[in-house]
Ligand binder design. Sequence first.
Ligand SMILES: [Fe+2]
Length: 422
Amino acid sequence: MRKPQTFLQIFFLVIVLLLTSSSVLFSSIAHGATAIPDHVTLTWADDPRTTQTITWRTGVTTVGGQVEYAEVANTHSFLNNARVAAAGIAGLKTNLGDMAIHSVTLTGLKSGTRYVYRVGGPGCWSEPRIFTTASAAISGFKFLVFGDSQSINYDVWKSTIRNAYQAHPEAAFFANVGDLVDVGQDYNEWNNWFSAARGVIDTIPAMPITGNHETYTLERQFSMPVFFTAQFNLPPNGPERLKGQVYSFDYGDAHFVMLDSQAGEQAKFVPGMLSEQRIWLEKDLRMTNKKWKIAFIHRPLYNNKNTEANENIERVFRPLFDQYHVDVVFTGHDHVYSRTYPLRDGVRTDTSEKGTVYVASGRSGTKTYRNTISKDWNEFFYSPVDEPNYITVEVMGDVLTVKSFKQSGTLIDAWVIRKATK
Ligand SMILES: [Fe+2]
């Protein structure tokens, strides 16, 4: 008589276990975040020579996040010699449930030094990763630029970013020109985007800007790019109402200004955002004494589509790019790779000493356009419909070298700006 009872007990136990494990599984898939840290992201909210900002995600029950870090030279005793930094925490409500975003800026680091680090906390550490601080006196450096990565299949973004970093492991950081994802307020997109960038974004910092797609909601309405600003901890030096999405930073002898072209999408939330940026940008460019000035803005001042001229963007920013002689402006949105002749006041000039070169950065995801054309202002035009591309920028003393590659490594274009030695 005992056997059927035991059988029934085992049967019910199995059912309970199955239900429990499937509910755990379902909950982790539905919420996308667990106690295990993921989406580990490097940015610089402060000086690249002495600080490193690190951000990651967990489920909401995880609090008290920490970073353990040590110079690579000390890795043999990493656990004993590591310093500990406590992270701040902020909640993020998404369509995949509530999440916790942890972030901390490590300070007082040695310049030009490799550090090993891990994030999380006792019992839930990420695997160790390495970052490198900028040298105090940089003679030259290289960074990567990625065109729009919005995708149907983010494996394409994954192969683009991995191939780029594998081919240029000396890159100090990478920049995105906006439209990182297709629907900015759909967390499925960010899960895919961060998973694809893993191995690079936790090793060199990302310094991205927003595009129009970062403002889209699931209902195809507009919002502020809240998922973007929650997950990228960027220099808080922008205009008051655009902090976290408009900013500037220095690396070596270059000054970078990172702008926002989504005046239409954000008009309801930040009326007058272009004039606010113009006031900020004028002061920002006036204050810098860096040799090189490089700007990023999603919508192009000089576009490659039959329609959709962005005259409001050009009217606001071109006079300042001219006045303070910004050397290069990287843009997105058109999904082509192109560059203009050096332009001043919208007109072709003899040399880049007098004008600004505007670069359409191409695409690093799946989306291509067939309705793009070369315009009168273009010195070079290429539509990457066959495979995605990426850009390398090398700043070396008086010479700035830009190259565009197909993701498979084939060179598309190479060009140089030389500053006359004074
Ligand atoms: Fe766009």
